[in-house]
Design a protein around this ligand. Structure first.
Ligand SMILES: [Zn+2]
Ligand SMILES: [Zn+2]
Length: 259
């Protein structure tokens, strides 16, 4: 069985300092490829470095919506340059976060649009971070979607109704371990309606370990197996068949080579 962690932050200190062991534990569970996601200029460079060191690590680059207020023309220029690296498989995470509002909303929207323009120009898929900003995220995507290859809503936290809106646009949906939580009924209802050719898995580690490992403070790719098991069961499927399908979807989404 092979799984791909489509959204992790392997460059963050908790994971980076022990990367060989983290990857070994991941491989032992069948999670054999990783897309490590950059969130600021420094993390973007680190993500690319890591992808150069390890064959099965790919990188995504972006400035997180939290940091939209720090974005300058120079930062966008560098981002565009980094995005042309051969191991960069997506622009992200980008989008809108109205839960924390760490950057003013107008700036978040502007920076989100700039990311979408880069993705369109370089023909790269986009990883969306959307928190309490569903309608405006969809509005902005509507403007650019025809020029963008693939779009995934990462750490999907919406309802089945919102999932339907996303799927109707042919966007993808990604679930973290949060879907396994006991209080995640709404997300579980959403997961039920996502077809396997539009569903991918992620840890978003080092954050949010899945059940039954929720107490593990530092999440890591090895724990994604619990999310896979949970969703396979939710869909009444055999884990192997489920893994095969979502791995094929992940490869198609990012254009990863078959291994
Ligand atoms: Zn995110
Ligand atoms: Zn993330």
């Amino acid at each position: 069985m092979e799984l791909i962690d489509t959204h992790c932050h392997l460059t963050f200190d908790d994971l980076a300092r022990d990367i060989d062991a983290v990857l070994a534990r991941s491989r032992a569970t069948g999670v054999i490829e990783w897309v490590t996601v950059g969130t600021d200029p420094k993390e973007n460079r680190k993500a690319i470095e890591l992808s150069e060191r390890f064959d099965n690590i790919y990188a995504a680059v972006a400035i997180h919506p939290h940091d939209a207020k720090t974005v300058t023309e120079d930062i966008l220029q560098e981002l565009k340059k980094l995005a042309q690296h051969k191991k960069v498989v997506a622009i992200g995470e980008t989008g809108l976060d109205y839960h924390y509002d760490f950057s003013p909303r107008e700036e978040q929207k502007k920076v989100f649009a700039e990311h979408l323009k880069i993705a369109a120009e370089l023909n790269l898929p986009v990883i969306i971070h959307c928190r309490e900003a569903f309608d405006e995220t969809m509005q902005i995507l509507e403007e650019y979607r025809s020029d963008i290859k693939n779009i995934v809503f990462h750490c999907f936290s919406g309802s089945a109704e919102q999932a339907k809106i996303v799927l109707d646009k042919d966007f993808y949906i990604s679930f973290t371990g949060v879907v396994t939580f006991k209080n995640a009924r709404i997300k579980q209802e959403a997961a039920k309606i996502v077809p396997l050719d539009e569903l991918v898995l992620e840890t978003d580690c080092p954050y949010m370990s899945p059940e039954p490992m929720r107490k593990q403070r530092i999440n890591e790719p090895a724990l994604m197996i619990h999310t896979a098991k949970f969703l396979a069961e939710l869909k009444g499927m055999d884990l192997t068949d489920f893994a095969k399908a979502v791995t094929a979807t992940s490869r198609a989404f990012f254009g990863l080579p078959d291994k």
